[in-house]
Design a protein around this ligand. Sequence first.
Ligand SMILES: Nc1ncnc2c1ncn2[C@@H]1O[C@H](COP(=O)(O)OP(=O)(O)OP(=O)(O)O)[C@@H](O)[C@H]1O
Ligand SMILES: [Mg+2]
Length: 309
Amino acid sequence: MALAIEVKRLRKSFGALHALGGVDLEIEAGEFFALLGPNGAGKTTLINIIAGLTLATSGSASVMGHDVVLDYRQARRMLGVVPQELVYDPFFTVRETLTIQSGYYGLKNNEAWIEEILHQLDLVSKADANMRALSGGMKRRVLVAQSLVHKPPVIVLDEPTAGVDVELRQGLWRFIRQLNRDGHTIVLTTHYLDEAEALCNRVAMLKQGHIVALDSIRNLISSVSTCSMRLRLSPDILPTVLQPLMSEREEGFHILTLNGYSQIEDVLAALREEKTCILEMEILQPDLEEVFVTITGTAGVTRAAAFAS
Ligand SMILES: Nc1ncnc2c1ncn2[C@@H]1O[C@H](COP(=O)(O)OP(=O)(O)OP(=O)(O)O)[C@@H](O)[C@H]1O
Ligand SMILES: [Mg+2]
């Protein structure tokens, strides 16, 4: 079976700026995949190339086996993209926008599916309102709806929940999850890492145009060997030897960053040495956010490393 998305040695330069520096990526059909990275990492550039909206400087990309340049029409049919930027024609109603979009794909008699999408995205009451009369979050719902009119096997959502309220966010994810269960491949970019963690199976992290991590969420999290320990002590004083581990002070609690579970023993020994009592103790697992910070940026691990050395 063809890969949902295949990207080979993809480069994109804007003048002297290398937005993508040779990206290889394979996403299998049926995956729920997250494309993460800080601002300017190249996520939207990559998506735009896959959508045929931007030409790569070199390399290739295909959707369900169709090259996005050589076989543009087929590739485009296979793909629904929710763009990051709000783009819309202010003079059409929501329903007209979706009907016109269906027309682009040569789809007639698409009304039943359009109604279903309107319903799923809670747009029924706005179906006959002009686009310009919608709030920002509503417009984003219409963008999501537009990407789905031709029931594409591959759906790419570029920050679909930016500026969207909690209710829609939950409704949107229910719908997208259902589409994924029905066999659609989903590729999501988001800065809400808890969303990615809850929804996706596999993650690529992009930094300055390069993939710096590519793995399942579970593997990525276990690759970060740090964990945190939340302690309430009596007396409420952290022994000096433990000070380098301290990452945060919450009311009544000391939060330490540890190199791994084995370091728990060191902490307990240091507390015993000082005759400090533990009133409460909690071990916190790393989450995707910590993985992200560790892999793409700075902070976090250095404190625990200092104690270990
Ligand atoms: N049309 C363009 N002309 C010049 N530079 C561009 C253009 N489009 C993108 N860039 C640059 O390419 C880099 C990657 O941008 P891109 O929009 O792909 O990042 P992103 O990962 O989507 O970021 P964000 O999380 O902010 O959406 C940035 O440095 C950006 O300034
Ligand atoms: Mg972007």
